[in-house]
Design a protein. Sequence first.
Length: 457
Amino acid sequence: MVPNSSGTLCAIGALGGEMTAPSLESSQSTPITKPLDLDWVRAQFPSLKQEVNGRPAVFLDGPGGTQVPQKVIDAISSYLRTNNANTGGAYNTSRNTDQMIAGARSAMADFLGCDAAEIVFGPNMSTLTFAISRAIGRELGPGDEILLTHLDHDANISPWRAPEERGVKIQFADIHEENCTLNLDDLASKIASRTKVVAAGYASNAVGTINDVKTIVQLAHAAGAMAYIDAVHYAPHGPIDVRELDCDFLACSTYKFFGPHMGVLYGKREHLARLQPYKVRANTNAVPQRWEWGTLNHECIAGITACVEYLAELGSRTFRVAPDALVRGGRVRAPAPTRREMLQSAYRAIQAHERNLMNRMLRGLAEIPGLTLYGISDPARLGTRCPTFAVRIAGHSPLELAARLGEHGVFTWDGNYYAINLTERLGVEQDGGFLRIGLVHYNAPEEVDRVLELLRG
């Protein structure tokens, strides 16, 4: 498949400085985590049992949407079977639907580290971002500025360009092309008193770079601007704490972290109450429902709770108390961990497993003739990337590579993945973009070996 032509593995290093991804490292005074039980994890996902041409299917398409555990499938079908009703009615199934939605808000509040009243549901991140950008845009005019980045998915770019019609100036923070990382110095230099919004991704859905979003939020707030974070790609890979970040808004999509096709928005309560959404008259002005128009996708919202519960269950299987919970030879009975604590434990195990997969992938990619990797390749900087790899191989289009892998039951993506600014900037948009290999925690080391073998073949 790949000719034995000479080639190099390009893109080295990470963003200058010592920024690392938010981690949940153990210490003697905090809970520690057991290794991830990959057999148990994979058993939760029925789709992983599929075969293509007699061989097990390998799902390396997670950045475009992950597979879902049986728990999510059951929750969706159970809701439709027993409680399919609209909200606000004076009868049981309607009241049950109200309670189910409230429970899903609580689950996502635990997932993001906020209050349930700060959780908004919508069809997807793109739609929710358009809603917020248009509400903020009502308050902007000539002379105001919005700062975006060249590293982002277009869902965190195009919605913010709508206020250009009102004379708002759009700025872009530059990137370091050699490793596809955000140029924080350039970003900082473009934030001024006229800046009203800084919108940035938590992680790049194309090349896997994790941005220093806490610093971005601090820079925005220092100038009096709001910070909007797209966490769609980061959410399956690492823990999110919106209180610690102090971001004004953060959006994600549950189908990217083992749930149904839905979007979720966190907004600081004061913003959700002050900003004026475009909405139908009959909709309440209460927060957060004033941001949710028409009938929501109730069965998928039931699935959202289930996907959070799946991660919490994974965390319960990895959670253990640190050794210092021993006093005078006797074990202290620690209180049962909260759902938030179990989610944090899950992500400790997920990060450890995914970093092993990343090491394996990077070593293998470096040995393939003619292959170029776009993004961070330094094994010492794995804390600044997700296990998402954008590659090209000389003499083969990304579509050709993806099709060949698909014939062998290995599912990957080709193209620009809506990160159009990035593919244009790197000069690959006109000839097919990248081949994207996206790992998540249900992937196994032997699946990494299989895709590497096919790329070498």
